[in-house]
Design a protein around this ligand. Structure first.
Ligand code: NAD
Ligand code: ZN
Length: 360
């Protein structure tokens, strides 16, 4: 019996889950882990909504140089309610708390990386919807110490995409060291991560150049406050266009590259201004960033990888969203639509984010 649980009778024995096998996804009926089966440190979360991240598609396609569990229940932008906590778990979480399941499901909190706040780099890190089952199920087991409380004033569906897309771009912007008044370019600006990056950038006082394609994404980026728009499909010389988009023609102070395809990275080090920083966020498999050693050194350009965020980044990203200054643009769809969402994501036709209603 779990240390705490709502009436265990209220927790069903089976549930709907999106299960990946052999690079295909299907909605199946699978068992619910019961409160009595929870281990120390684990919590059972009734998932209400889950955002769909391009990472879930990479996992389904198996295109990364990493091995995930199989069969796999994906999903790592889960917003739900704690319904049970494993016996002897040291936590201030309570039954009924509104919590978020993020990509980083667990880390040891004791190693060199965890102690410095680089929790995603922990050698014992577990990832929701990759190395452990994630939020594309109605009842997910997660780890109490890495669940993030969702502020009361933030609706659960709006909170879901902040748990990966939001926290990732918020932390990436911090990594860029760009300061208020400076310019940042966001390739992938009309996608799930990118459209939130525009808003966190504005929150930090930055000025935004958006790169993506199509009239709908242009309208979204402009509405959200991007001052310049570059359509990558209609622009022959991206480097020239990005440099020209800044008032002095020297290029932006930083680039936050959130595209899931490699082409967006090729020229990023060329178009940032001297002493500028390229923050690599998207995870296209087999892509390369090309850097001319002479000019990278001579112009003091910097390239940084940025991988999700730590527990504090998650709290800050959610608090900013709760303030209303950052708001996800999303379409809510029934859980069963996940395979179609993956198709649209693959085509690049999704604008903003899709949030799945696990109970529709
Ligand atoms: P998305 O599909 O919602 O958005 C990607 C956007 O990039 C689309 O709007 C697409 O039109 C645009 N794009 C494609 N080619 C482009 C080009 N050449 N130039 C500019 N834009 C281009 O995907 P998402 O959910 O926002 O995820 C984006 C990437 O970020 C994925 O690879 C995902 O795995 C990765 N990701 C990384 C982290 C991390 O911690 N580093 C966290 C979450 C997601
Ligand atoms: Zn993600």
């Amino acid at each position: 019996m779990g240390q705490q649980a709502i009436n265990p009778e209220q927790i069903p024995k089976t549930q709907k889950a999106a299960v990946v096998r052999d690079k295909k996804v299907a909605i199946e009926t699978v068992p619910v882990v019961q409160p009595s089966e929870l281990k120390v440190g684990e919590a059972l979360v009734k998932v209400l909504y889950s955002g769909v991240c391009h990472t879930d598609l990479h996992a389904q396609l198996g295109d990364w140089p990493l091995v995930h569990k199989e069969p796999l229940i994906g999903g790592h932008e889960g917003a739900g309610i704690v319904v049970a906590i494993g016996e002897h778990t040291d936590t201030d979480l309570k039954i009924g708390d509104r919590v978020g399941i993020k990509w980083l499901a667990d880390s040891c909190l004791k190693c060199d990386y965890c102690r410095q706040g680089y929790e995603p780099l922990c050698h014992q890190a577990l990832c929701s919807g990759f190395s452990v089952d994630g939020s594309f199920q109605q009842y997910a087991v997660s780890f109490a110490r890495h669940l993030t409380k969702i502020p009361e004033s933030l609706p659960m569906d709006k909170a879901a995409p902040i748990l990966c897309a939001g926290v990732t771009v918020y932390k990436a912007l911090k990594q860029s060291n760009a300061r208020a008044g400076e310019w940042v370019v966001i390739p992938g600006a009309g996608g799930g991560l990118g459209h939130l990056a525009i808003q966190y950038a504005l929150y930090m006082g930055l000025r935004v150049i958006a790169i993506d394609t199509g009239a709908q994404k242009q309208a979204l980026c402009t509405k959200l406050g991007a001052e310049r728009w570059i359509d990558f499909r209609e622009t022959d010389d991206i480097v020239k266009a990005v440099k020209a988009a800044t008032p002095d023609g020297d290029g932006p102070h930083a680039a936050i590259v959130t595209s899931a395809v490699g082409a967006a990275y090729e020229q990023a080090l060329e178009y940032v201004r001297p002493h500028g920083t390229v923050v690599s966020v998207g995870l296209p498999p087999d892509a390369k960033v090309s850097a001319d050693v002479f000019w990278t050194t001579f112009l003091e350009k910097q390239l940084k990888g940025s991988y999700v965020g730590n527990r504090q980044d998650a709290v800050e990203a959610l608090d900013i969203a709760a303030s209303g200054r950052v708001e996800t643009t999303y379409t809510t769809l029934p859980f069963a639509k996940l395979p179609e969402v993956y198709g649209q994501m693959h085509d690049g036709s999704l604008v903003g984010r899709v949030v799945l209603d696990l109970w529709a």
